[in-house]
Unconditional design. Structure first.
Lengths: 654, 458, 183
């Protein structure tokens, strides 16, 4: 059986399973089918199997270079290195949808297995229904406008162009998209349960408990995926930047912002039963924003380096987005009567007050980013003019929010949950924050002595010290009390995540504020001194790889190792691709990229861009700490205390 | 004072001290390269998808970066650089949305939203601080008061946040005035001259003169402004002032055709035919642009110059009296050229016989003078009579025998031969003319006017 | 508090959100692809930006000296294939107008070396000024986005036409005829 036939059959089977799942679950909900749960599970497994088969077939086609598959003919190549051959799946539109479907099916299977004990609970039925609906949509995309398995006739000896050169020159490309998708798609699960809670009217904390870990896991993947994306961009684009407020970067950042807000505000609901509408809205917003992100990435309305080539799936995704928003809003409006808040926030200076402030800040942050991203489209629609919104806007508008969040990160963990007395816990704060304050003072003095100037970065360092000190204090206290168990569980893992955030924030402020960059025109053997570093252009050489030809400039940095930034020419790419080389230390990075080898007889010259940025490495380390903290927070904090699924299930329907 | 209070005070003082020191001290100055990078990040690469000029490696981004570096090295302001790029690439190159017009909303809305969110949070905390009373239905008066309070607060928040948003928009989206290419940059002479031309095109002569005056204030030695200022002055009838301007222009740029043309016209208006003729000769040698030729034809400058020349020439011979009573040519103060010019003028008036007599009179004194022979020949050739023309060719032959390089004779004979149908002979003469070192422009124009080249080559 | 009031309140919150979302969807749905959107050049209709510099032959050049003629300002690079392909058309155009002198060409080097340009003109013909020094300033002032790119400057000094990619002699002549026809 040919790859095209097999793959198409698998996709069709997946769509069939999803649609049957919808029918079966629907019949179960209306009471027509008693043992719908078992059928739904089996259909989920079937759907997942179909997705796995489709992905395996596509990978087989890519690895065996089966150019009768159009996707392979368009994006594969006999010269692509093996790792990137596998990664070619997500380097183009159809394959990325296939990967999305696979991840979605994986989550569906996990949900089916995890909650099999819940039997025929209508809440689970509704959640399953939503999962099937979302899956059906993505399979339908692959049957319709984003069909990955189209057959083509190619002449004998045909070889494909391979993926976009930028997507096949760094190993991070093999990890960044799948991990990002694990994050994006993971938010489907809390969304499904949120819709189920609205549909069943069981708006208590049951659905929260059921999906808390799923949300945390999805958030962790999304966080790590974004950091990996920034890292990839830093390593491959060669301008010394890692975050450019590009529309698609913003599209991944928006669900992160609302998801982060949710992770905090959910604690208020768990503890005090408040903010129910708000939490549901955040979950729905997070999922909707992931769908909006896929629309922006795949419809071509916004110009972005991350955009896939234009395709017909834009309208389909937009309709899907509209349906999600409409249905969710209708449900919230309908269930408004049952979303009454039983509790109250007694005092502003309390943990719940801090979470409220946190959510206000994240909401403002998300608004700023969303507005900046779609504003050019709005202006064009109403005014007909083309404008751009970029770096200066985002820098200026997000900076105050960032400072406020850092301050809150320091204070909030120290605040007690509010008591009925409502008296501000000044003394408590003074006792708990004195050490973080000293750390902040130390950070400021150290920064100033080390040469840091300017109010904005210094404020970031001071607040970073404050927040980091607070997180460290909590972790140390927990470890002293519970030994290694002081590192696991939601609260302690959360503090480790906070540490990671502080690292990222400080590294961001330092690298953005103190970046130095210059272009040098060097002849072979010529040295240049820049920003405390000495670089020497040793010479160049042409290196032929299977899929590209590189001209490498050998550059010695600080009389130590020699680095090899290069310019690569791919046979199918219209222009050359720079391959930067970075010397990283914990203190600063020296990023080298070749802009040009000026053609001139008898001279070996290079135009080299040198970017020196402090503390860049700490961005990636911070990202790793955040991922690690997320993982630790998923571990149970106390032995034998499992998340009581049954307890949640036993909650009486409202 | 407890130890903790002391510790707090110490920590805060140290932190504040370090912060203030570091925030006030400017540190090492930013280099030009740093400024170039910062600027490059604020502009979109015109052909890239979502990348800034700093990020992209495409040639355009590289060229823009280098041009920005040049501007920075020249000491230009950020606003200047922004204006230059926006003038060339349109506003969407600017990543910093303008703080005025519809785009200012991008600055105002977040501040409004922030104010709204803050108001909601504060409202929640305030309402929660009130004791939770269990009365399900508050009295109508209380509800009404609550509504009024809410309305007042909403308006207050919108006004305050809106004003703050406007301030943010003003300070952040700052860019020099929109709608003008140059903005705050000083208007250049080029633009003023362009403006003047535009006004002239619209028939606004006074406006054009004002613009030229402004241009001359900026750059007193601008040949174009001087020329057109002079020309417009002459159109207003002030010929003497016009001459001053035009002579200045010619002094600045002797090779500016427009100045020469206008000078010639003004000379004609002043009745200075020979001055006009000499300016016109210079104009012809300068490779003038097409519109100047058009103007020339439109105002019949050549005709007027020729008429003035004829007038002068006739005046020179007018005192001689009738042909029979004339003294010998050699005894008069006339030159051969003057006599020939007078003959030409007579011929132009249709007095061919008089003209021929005048030339014969010259030849009587100076037999064999090539110019005179050629002139006599040309008069006969032009008579239109075949026999006379044949006679004329004989004179031309004679002239060429005396001076084989006589340009006039060559051209006249070529024209005569062609009229007689002997294209080969005409071509031979024309080739000989082309081989001469110097081709007088009036003869070149004569060839062109008669269509000689096209006729004998086809 | 009665449930009716609550329901109304949730409706009050949901409605504006729905309106905003609907607006967003409508705007997104009606946008053309960013790949197709191409703004027209802002310099069209305005005074031609200066082209001042030194030619590859070492002579000074100033576009203003050519006021009164049609001028094709052509940005090119010796290694770009479309530039090589359009070059014979430019040569043809130059020959058509060299006698009358009513239209001229000036080429401006874009990101290239002087030697390459000299070789290019030696190989492909063409005898008109090629600005080398000052070329970058001109390119950025015209808003050049790639090569080849040509602009037509009217005798009045106004930029009247812009062509991304290669030009043809007939194409430019058509534009000139169209614009010089009495309206």
């Amino acid at each position: 059986m040919s790859n095209v036939a097999l793959g198409s059959a698998a996709v069709a089977a997946g769509l069939g399973a999803a649609l049957m799942g919808l029918v079966v679950t629907g019949l179960g909900l209306t009471g027509h089918l008693r043992s719908w749960g078992r059928y739904a599970r089996q259909l989920t497994f079937g759907m997942a199997a179909a997705a796995v088969v489709a992905v395996v077939v596509m990978e087989r086609a890519l690895i065996t270079r089966d150019f009768t598959v159009k996707f392979v003919a368009d994006n594969g190549s006999s010269t692509t290195p093996p790792v990137f051959n596998v990664a070619t799946l997500w380097s183009a539109l159809e394959g990325s949808i296939l990967l999305w479907a696979l991840v979605l099916c994986g989550y569906a299977v996990a949900v089916a297995l995890k909650f099999r004990a819940r039997g025929d609970d209508p809440m689970l039925a509704w959640a399953t229904l939503v999962m099937f609906a979302v899956s059906a949509f993505f399979f339908a995309l692959m049957v319709g406008p984003a069909d990955p398995f189209i057959s083509v006739d190619v002449p004998a000896g045909y070889d494909g162009p391979g993926p976009n050169p930028l997507l096949q020159n760094h190993i991070l490309m093999a990890f960044h998209p799948p991990i990002l998708y694990l994050g994006y798609v993971g938010f489907t699960v809390p969304f499904a349960f949120a819709v189920a809670a609205l549909a069943t009217g069981r708006l208590g904390e049951g659905w929260l408990a059921a999906t808390r870990r799923w949300t945390v896991a999805a958030w962790g993947f999304l966080t790590f995926g974004i950091v990996l994306g920034a890292w990839w961009s830093y390593e491959t684009l060669g301008w010394g930047g890692y975050w450019a407020w590009d529309p698609v970067e913003n599209a991944s950042f928006l669900p992160w912002l609302t998801g982060t807000a949710y992770l905090h505000s959910v604690m208020v609901q768990e503890r005090r039963g408040m903010l129910r509408v708000w939490n549901l809205s955040l979950v729905i917003a997070t999922f909707s924003l992931t769908i909006l992100g896929t629309f922006l990435t795949r419809s071509g309305v916004l110009a972005s380096v991350h955009s896939f080539t234009e395709s017909g799936i834009g309208p389909a995704i937009l309709v899907f987005f509209a349906v999600i928003v409409a249905v969710s809003l209708a449900l919230i409006a309908w269930r408004g009567d049952q979303l009454r808040t039983p509790g109250r926030i007694a005092a502003p200076m309390s943990r719940e007050g801090a979470f409220l402030a946190n959510n206000a800040l994240f909401a403002a942050f998300a608004f700023v980013v969303l507005l900046g991203t779609v504003f050019p489209l709005l202006v064009e629609a109403f005014d007909g003019r083309t404008i751009s919104v970029g770096n200066p806007y985002f820098d200026r508008m997000t900076r105050p929010v960032g400072f406020a969040l850092l301050l809150l990160m320091a204070v909030a963990p120290m605040l007690p949950w509010g008591s009925e007395s409502g008296r501000p816990p000044t003394g408590l704060l003074a006792r708990r924050l004195v050490v973080p304050m000293w750390i902040a003072a130390g950070a400021l003095v150290f920064s100033v002595v080390a040469g840091a100037r300017g109010w904005a970065p210094l404020l970031a360092f001071g607040l970073g010290g404050f927040a980091g000190g607070a997180a460290l204090r909590q972790i140390l206290l927990a470890v002293r009390r519970h030994r290694w168990r002081g590192l696991v569980g939601r609260t302690n893992g959360g503090m480790i995540v906070h540490l990671g955030v502080v690292l990222v924030a400080v590294a961001f402020a330092a690298s953005q504020s103190y970046v130095r960059q210059a272009e040098f025109d060097l002849e072979a053997g010529q040295p240049a001194a820049f920003a405390g570093h000495e670089i020497v252009y040793v010479g160049s050489a042409v290196v032929a790889h299977e899929n590209r030809t590189e001209r490498v400039a050998f550059v010695r940095v600080d009389d130590a190792k020699t680095y090899g930034p290069a310019i690569a020419t791919y046979p199918f790419a219209s222009q050359t691709i720079g391959i930067p080389s970075v010397r990283s230390t914990l203190r600063d990075d020296v990023a080298l990229s070749v802009l040009q080898f000026p053609e001139e007889a008898g001279a070996d010259r290079v135009i080299l861009r040198v970017t020196v940025q402090p503390l860049v490495v700490w961005l990636w380390l911070g990202g790793i700490v955040m991922a690690l903290g997320t993982a630790l927070s998923l571990l149970p904090s106390r032995p034998g205390r499992r998340q009581p699924v049954e307890a949640a299930a036993s909650e009486a329907p409202a | 004072m407890s130890w903790r209070t002391a510790s707090w005070i110490a920590a805060v003082v140290i932190a504040a001290g370090a912060f203030v020191y570091g925030a006030l001290d400017e540190g090492p100055p930013r280099t030009n390269a740093d400024r170039v990078r910062a600027l490059a990040e604020d502009f979109a690469c015109p052909v890239c998808a979502g990348q800034s000029v700093a990020e992209s490696d495409v040639p355009v981004a590289r060229e823009i970066r280098r041009q920005v570096a040049v501007w920075v090295d020249e000491g230009r302001s950020d606003a200047y650089i922004r204006d230059q790029l926006v003038a060339a690439y349109d506003v969407d190159i600017d990543y910093n949305p303008s703080g005025s017009g519809i785009t200012s909303l991008v600055w105002i809305l977040p501040v409004l939203a922030g104010g709204g969110i803050a108001a909601v949070v504060v409202g929640m905390l305030r309402s929660d601080r009130r004791p939770a009373h269990d009365t399900p239905q508050p009295p109508t008066a209380v509800r009404r008061r609550r509504w009024r309070n809410a309305a007042v607060w909403t308006v207050a928040v919108v006004v305050v946040a809106g004003a703050a948003g406007l301030l943010v928009a003003r300070s952040s989206g700052s860019r020099s005035t929109e709608g003008s290419i140059t903005g705050e940059i000083r208007v250049t002479t080029r633009e003023l001259i362009f403006e003047a031309q535009r006004r002239l095109g619209e028939g606004d002569m006074e406006g054009a003169i004002a613009a030229y005056d402004e241009a001359l204030e900026l750059q007193p030695s601008n040949a174009e402004a001087l020329t057109y200022r002079g020309w417009l002055t002459s159109r207003r009838g002030d010929l003497d002032t016009a001459v001053e301007y035009l002579d200045d222009a010619i002094a600045v740029d002797p090779a500016y055709p427009d100045a020469r043309l206008f000078r010639a016209i003004v000379a004609l208006d002043q009745g200075d035919g020979s001055g006009a003729a000499s300016e016109l000769a210079v104009f012809d040698s300068l490779d003038p642009p097409p519109y100047a030729e058009e103007l020339l034809a439109q105002l019949q400058v050549r005709e007027r110059v020729a008429a003035a020349r004829d007038e002068t020439a006739l005046q020179a011979v007018s005192g001689l009296g009738p042909a029979e009573d004339r003294p010998a040519f050699a005894e008069t103060a006339l030159t051969v050229a003057e006599a020939l010019a007078a003959a030409e003028a007579l011929a132009t008036r249709g007095e061919l016989l008089e003209a021929v007599q005048l030339v014969d009179w010259v030849l009587a004194s100076q037999p064999g003078e090539p110019e005179a022979l050629a002139g006599r020949g040309w008069l006969l050739v032009r008579s239109g009579d075949a026999q006379l023309a044949e006679l004329g060719v004989g004179y031309l032959d004679e002239a060429l025998a005396a001076d084989p390089a006589n340009a006039g004779a060559l051209v006249y004979r070529a024209l005569a031969r062609w009229q007689q149908g002997d294209a080969a002979a005409a071509r031979a003469d024309l080739d000989a003319f082309d081989a001469l070192q110097h081709q007088p422009p009036d003869l070149v124009r004569l060839i062109e006017a008669q269509g000689l080249r096209a006729a004998i080559s086809g | 508090m009665n449930s009716g009031g609550r329901r109304r309140r949730s409706l009050w919150i949901a409605l504006p959100v729905a309106a905003a979302a609907a607006l967003l969807v409508v705007v997104l749905a009606t946008r053309d692809s960013a790949f197709e959107r191409k703004a027209s050049s802002p310099i069209l209709g305005g005074l031609a930006p200066a082209v001042v510099g030194t030619t590859v032959a070492g002579e000074p050049f100033d576009l203003d000296d050519w006021r009164g003629r049609w001028v094709v300002v052509n940005f090119f690079q010796s290694t770009c294939v479309p530039c090589i392909m359009e070059h014979p058309e430019l040569v043809d155009f130059d020959e058509r107008h060299s006698a009358a002198g009513d239209a001229r060409i000036v080429s401006v080097v874009f990101d290239d070396s002087v030697e390459n340009v000299r070789e290019f003109f030696a190989a492909h013909g063409g005898d008109w000024p090629v600005v080398a020094t000052g070329a970058r300033q001109a390119a950025v002032a015209y808003g050049v986005t790639g090569v080849p790119e040509s602009y037509l400057v009217a005798p009045s000094g106004v930029v009247v036409w812009k062509q991304l990619g290669g030009v043809t002699a007939d194409g430019i002549d058509d534009v000139i005829d169209q614009l010089s026809a009495p309206s």
